[in-house]
Design a protein around this ligand. Structure first.
Ligand SMILES: [Zn+2]
Length: 205
């Protein structure tokens, strides 16, 4: 499988009403987004993303279902010792998809309004679920796949459960377990946020 910075599916065969036209289009590949695209969503990758997408006709003329998966390894900093950790991440999706030739951008994710917004948007969206729309048969799923991958990343990672972290002078204690920081002072237990209030005279006694 070749690596590309696009994840293209050509849906033109789904848009014909010819009898015997296929009811689904599948695609898969390896996706390596451009550096700027990765930076845009805060992702650093250890290698290309594996993706697969299937778009099915649901019987209606312009209505489809898009289903897919993206998986790979993102590189994240251990929250204690700051070393790079390869973190497996996988995301799956299933969206209704609508052909909307008049829209400007090709593939667009339309997020369902939050319940308290529905009133303001009356009539704009009755489905209550996120959906995709596309404007041209040649659809690049790469931006969507990358976005879903980024959302699925954990907020923080540890290089190992018992990571010892860094000493106060920045030495990795996993590699140098016997290291003592020069100032050798014990790290003080975190002060209570109420400490400052202790001597405060509230003037009500
Ligand atoms: Zn660590």
């Amino acid at each position: 499988m070749t690596t590309s910075n696009e994840a293209l599916l050509n849906l033109s065969s789904l848009l014909t009403s010819a009898p015997g036209a296929p009811l689904e289009v599948e695609g898969e590949g390896l996706l390596m987004p451009l550096t700027a695209e990765l930076e845009g969503v805060g992702v650093t990758l250890a290698g290309p993303l594996e993706w697969s997408v299937t778009v099915r006709s649901t019987g209606g003329d312009d209505d489809f279902i898009a289903e897919g998966r993206v998986a790979g390894k993102s590189i994240m900093e251990c929250r204690r010792c700051l070393t790079d950790v390869e973190t497996p991440v996988a995301a799956e999706f299933l969206y209704p998809m609508h052909y909307q030739p008049s829209q400007d951008a090709n593939l667009t994710l339309i997020e369902a309004p939050l319940p308290d917004e529905v009133e303001d948007l009356e009539g704009l969206d009755e489905t209550g679920e996120d959906r995709l729309s596309f404007a041209a048969p040649e659809v690049d799923f790469a931006p969507l796949l990358l976005q879903l991958f980024a959302i699925e990343q954990p907020l923080t990672v540890l290089c190992r459960e018992d990571c010892r972290g860094l000493s106060t002078d920045g030495v990795n204690l996993n590699e140098h377990p016997d290291h003592r920081a020069d100032d050798a002072t014990e790290v003080e237990p975190e002060a209570s946020p109420f400490e400052a209030l202790r001597d405060l005279d509230l003037g009500n006694d």
